[in-house]
Design a protein around this ligand. Structure first.
Ligand code: PLP
Length: 378
């Protein structure tokens, strides 16, 4: 698996793991189409890399948040059905519509803008109507829903819009048994019935990763997993779902040294050797995504075991305690990975920092960090 090239700061993206995870999710949601979510640079793994791997593994559709992400996927040659749900007032829908990108509408104004652009281009816009079932973020409020579906039915009759789906998003799917889940499902079913009454014939999609894994009754005709595609489990309390983390963050030792008892390490001298020890310098720091708040609270995998990082994490460097073990310049250092060998994981970083693994992986790709795709057909 590991190549011999010494890296400064590298994210290794395992596309076999992504394919495996898509297979796990598609099997869980057998009977439903799988829309794999690759927003925000594929959660830091690379939008196009992930989209390709997901489609190879049986995903039926790709989803992104921003219009620019959708257009970029088309320009990279991704021809599969592609949905995009987030835009700002004044955004130009023309490039996305020309590329056949399906858009979401949460309001009559949005619907009319999309329909008008489609009419100008002589195209039919494929629309997913979004009902707000209780997340109170995007989506059409229940009170305005009848108006939106009636307007959508009119636009469909005019020939510039096709309503392909009714959809919504869950607020607490990762909290098993949270009462909001059933409540949102009830509102969702009601909104769908109203759309049918207006003469629309859409499919339905509601389930994020957590609901794909724990709520088969909410899979409907399509599911929208994101985080689980990357091998990070949003509901570990539900047991092992057999997902494989796809991102490994690694570096290599750039300098080794022995220091005497009484020497202190890094800015602020927060750690002092109480005996002579070997230290390894690793050329990554908080500018490369290693949170400075993990100073004194993290370890790395180096030369066959976990070893603590001592002293402060600096902007560009950190120091690893190697006791009396001899490690060599160029030795691989794993900051986090799948955990198979005993190395730390992104989920461990998140727990230590009081956040979620989503935030860890989406924040890792930075200007000085390289990204290397590995896997059978990488
Ligand atoms: C991010 C997102 C998803 C995927 O959620 P995960 O928890 O990552 O599976 C699905 N739908 C919408 C609207 C999203 O914003």
């Amino acid at each position: 698996m590991s190549d011999q090239h010494a890296h400064r700061a590298d994210l290794r993206i395992d596309v076999d793991a992504i394919r495996h995870n898509v297979g796990v999710l598609a099997a869980r949601a057998a009977g439903a189409r799988t829309m794999v979510i690759v927003k925000s640079d594929g959660y830091g793994h690379g939008t196009v890399t992930v989209a390709r791997a997901a489609l190879e593994a049986g995903a039926g559709q790709i989803g992104v948040a921003a219009l620019g992400e959708a257009v970029a996927l088309r320009e990279a040659g991704i021809t599969a059905p592609l949905m995009c749900w987030l835009y700002s007032r004044g955004d130009d829908f023309a490039p996305a519509l020309r590329h056949g990108v399906e858009l979401s509408a949460s309001s009559v104004r949005g619907l009319r803008e999309i329909a008008a652009t489609a009419a100008e281009l002589g195209l039919v816009a494929r629309l997913h109507l979004k009902i707000d079932t209780g997340l109170c973020r995007s989506g059409c409020p229940e009170a305005e829903w009848p108006n939106l579906v009636d307007e959508a039915a009119k636009a469909e009759a005019d020939g510039h819009v096709e309503v392909v789906a009714v959809w919504s998003h869950l607020a607490c799917a990762d909290e098993l048994g949270h009462p909001s889940i059933d409540n949102q499902a009830l509102r969702f079913r009601r909104a769908y019935e109203r759309a049918r009454t207006a003469g629309l014939g859409p499919i339905r999609h509601l389930a994020n990763s957590a609901a794909v894994l724990t709520r088969p009754d909410l899979h409907f005709e399509m599911v929208r997993p994101g985080i689980a595609v990357y091998g990070l489990d949003p509901v570990p309390q539900d047991g092992d779902h057999g997902l494989r983390p796809a991102m490994t963050f690694r570096s290599s030792v750039s300098l080794t040294k022995r220091v005497a008892a009484g020497e202190s390490v890094s800015y602020g001298h927060t750690w002092t050797a109480d005996r002579p020890v070997n230290l390894a310098l690793v050329p990554v720091g908080y500018a490369d995504g290693v949170p400075r708040t993990l100073s004194g609270r993290m370890s790395v995998w180096l030369a066959g075991r976990r070893r603590p990082v001592v002293g402060r994490v600096c902007m560009d460097q950190l120091v690893v305690l190697c006791d009396d073990d001899v490690v060599r310049e160029g030795d691989e250092v794993i900051l986090f990975g799948p955990g198979d060998r005993g190395e730390p994981t992104a989920a461990e970083w998140a727990d230590e920092l009081g956040t979620i693994h989503y935030e860890i992986v989406t924040g890792m790709y930075r200007p000085r960090v390289t990204r290397t795709v590995v896997g059978e057909r990488a």
